[in-house]
Structures are given as structure tokens and as C-alpha cells.
Design a protein around this ligand. Structure first.
Ligand code: S3P
Length: 181
């Protein structure tokens, strides 16, 4: 991370769909008095279209380009909690941009927990398949090396939101204080 003096870095949350990036990100932002932004929201706002419509009309490759653009935009900010879409890790340039001003935390959960949380939802295009459990398992294996590039990994299964937020907060402050020494 390369941080200008006096500017608080970002907290970046990556992780598979359903690992709690939005809920935890919002709580972190409130507690730490940081601003909150979600790359999926930026994509939808900037393009005035829902993610599911972008996938359906233009395909995943176009969505990934728009996602990279959103990442470039939010990575320039400071003092933000940035929640990202589950596939943001797939492009090296996204990770480079996010790490420039930010500490990257990967939230994880067990496959069963992820399925319980998102397996029956209809707004995630990649999970609209007859066997969502199998799809989740395959994607988790494929993406494992990408998620491993985060600075820190945080398990969420069996933990309360309060515990997870407190943990991320303490790691983040340790990193920030170490940098200003
Ligand atoms: C995706 C995750 C989604 C969204 C899009 C693609 C993915 O975000 O960006 O449907 O590739 O894992 P969430 O992780 O917030 O569900």
C-alpha cells in the first residue's frame, strides 16, 4: 500500500457471494466513521442498469469490464469501506488497484452456509442454474487462489457480525498504526 500522509486508507472487502461483505461493510463504516461504497452499486448507478440485466443483455465479459472501471474509480478514494462483487478478485489489475490505497480482507464461509444464504436468491446471475450447490462448490475451488491474494482472510461461519467487525477493525488499526510509525 502506498498511502499519502494524513489520509486514512480504505478497508476493502472481497469474498464469495453470500459471505457478508455488504452487512459487515456497512457496520464497519458506521463504527469507524468511514464512508461505504459497493462496486456493484457503482456499476448499477453508472450504467443505470441492474447487474442481472447487464449479464443477460451483454454477458459476463462486459460486466467484468464495467466492474474494473468501477474498481478504478473507487480505488482512488480514501477513508472508505469498499465492498466488492465476488468476482472482483479474478483480474489482477483490480487487486492491484484495490491494494494501492487499501487493506484487503477476504471474508469466507463454508459452502453450506453460502448455499443457505444465497442458493435460493434470484438476483445473482451466476447462481441461476438447476444445481446452485454444485456451482458454488466449483466456483469456490476455481477462485480459491484468487481469494488467497487478499492481505487477510476472515472466517465468518459461526461468528457474529459484532465479532467479525471487531476483528477487522483491530487488524486494520494495527496496520494503519504500523505505517505511521
Ligand atoms: C459475482 C458476484 C456478485 C455480482 C455479480 C458477479 C461473482 O456480487 O458482482 O453477480 O462473480 O461472484 P456479490 O458477491 O455481492 O453477490
Amino acid at each position: 500500500m502506498n498511502r499519502p500522509l494524513g489520509k486514512k486508507p480504505n478497508i476493502v472487502l472481497v469474498g464469495f457471494m453470500g459471505t457478508g461483505k455488504t452487512s459487515i461493510g456497512r457496520r464497519l463504516a458506521t463504527q469507524l466513521r468511514m464512508r461505504y461504497v459497493d462496486t456493484d452499486d457503482v456499476i448499477e448507478q453508472d450504467n443505470r442498469r441492474r447487474i442481472s440485466d447487464i449479464f443477460a443483455e451483454d454477458g459476463e465479459a462486459t460486466f467484468r469490464q464495467l466492474e474494473s472501471k468501477a474498481v478504478r474509480k473507487v480505488s482512488k478514494r480514501h477513508n472508505h469501506v469498499i465492498a466488492t462483487g465476488g468476482g472482483v478478485v479474478l483480474k489482477a489489475a483490480n487487486m492491484e488497484n484495490l491494494k494501492r490505497n487499501g487493506v484487503v480482507f477476504c471474508l469466507t464461509a463454508t459452502t453450506e452456509e453460502i448455499y443457505r444464504r444465497v442458493g435460493h436468491q434470484t438476483h445473482r446471475p451466476l447462481l441461476q442454474t438447476p444445481d446452485a450447490m454444485a456451482k458454488i462448490q466449483t466456483m469456490l475451488v476455481e477462485r480459491h487462489p484468487y481469494y488467497a491474494q487478499a492481505d487477510y482472510t476472515v472466517k465468518t461461519t459461526g461468528c457474529s457480525f459484532g465479532d467479525i467487525v471487531a476483528h477487522i477493525r483491530s487488524v486494520f488499526y494495527r496496520v494503519v498504526n504500523r505505517q505511521s510509525e
